[in-house]
Design a protein. Structure first.
Ligand code: PGA
Length: 258
């Protein structure tokens, strides 16, 4: 099958950046720039919890969708500081980043909790963006495929094919995140193709072909076109460059044209 059967998705991951007025200003700037992507490329801004309501209001009626950066797996209860899927749904949020390497590295996120969050998000009607990727030394040891294959299998354990098609996989080599070190287009394509082959084994070819796989890790205005031209790279999860409307738009336009 061809890349054209899949939805291209460019998602900004704002991380812990932007107050509400700043979020409003950035989204107001982004909206008109990316309006031409409607119906062609899905444009998402994943913003801090405190910005969600503002972001929903500012983007209403536009083609910019809003995502959260995490979600808890329980429906409610004594989980101080956590946010449930129902709380996000009630706000109108559509996407949620799950298992970002920063959460794995700093907040004790494991494949087991990523799997639980993914299933809870899907059950509530959210579309998860599940992040996977190897550490620098894992790549140097030659075990990138083992690491990423294990993450994909564990993170999507017990997720039906139908739900897997609503899930986005973001391949983010940890050594490339926020470092300015981007995987080469060939390195990124190799792993994204491997992820798709893994999904084909877990589900079937048609399901694997339908799942959007993004690359993330220092994707920017200068390198996006080459990355997005690769057959198994269907979009990007963008950190630093998503905080500048012009740069983010260059990436969106590369996806529109690619
Ligand atoms: P970066 O972040 O684009 O700043 O490297 C990507 C991410 O963490 O999703």
């Amino acid at each position: 099958m061809k890349k054209s059967v899949r939805k291209a998705i460019i998602a900004g991951n704002w991380k812990m950046n932007k107050t509400r007025p700043e979020a409003k200003a950035l989204l107001e700037e982004i909206k008109p720039l990316v309006a031409n992507a409607a119906g062609n490329v899905e444009v998402i801004a994943c913003v801090p919890f405190t910005n969600l309501e503002t972001a929903m209001t500012v983007t209403e009626g536009s083609n910019v969708k809003i995502g959260a950066e995490n979600v808890h797996f329980e429906k409610s209860g004594a989980f101080t500081g956590e946010i449930s899927a129902d709380m996000l749904i009630e706000l109108g949020v559509e996407y949620v980043v799950i298992g970002h390497s920063e959460r794995r590295q700093y907040f004790g996120e494991t494949d087991e909790t990523v799997n639980k969050r993914t299933k809870a998000a899907l059950a509530a009607g959210l579309k998860p963006i599940v992040c996977v990727g190897e550490l620098k030394w894992e790549r140097e040891c030659g075990i990138t495929e083992e690491v990423v294959g294990k993450q994909v299998k564990l993170d999507l354990f017990d997720v039906s094919a139908e739900d897997a098609k609503k899930t986005v996989i973001a391949y983010e080599p940890v050594w490339a995140i926020g470092t300015g070190l981007t995987a080469t287009p060939d390195q990124a394509e190799e792993v994204c193709a491997f992820i798709r082959a893994t999904l084909a084994k877990m589900y079937d070819e048609a399901t694997a072909e339908a799942i959007t796989i993004q690359y993330g890790g220092s994707m920017n205005a200068a390198n996006c076109a080459e990355l997005l031209a690769k057959p198994n790279i269907d979009g990007g999860l963008i950190g630093g460059a998503s905080l500048k409307a012009a740069d983010f738009n260059v990436i969106v336009q590369a996806a529109v044209n690619g």
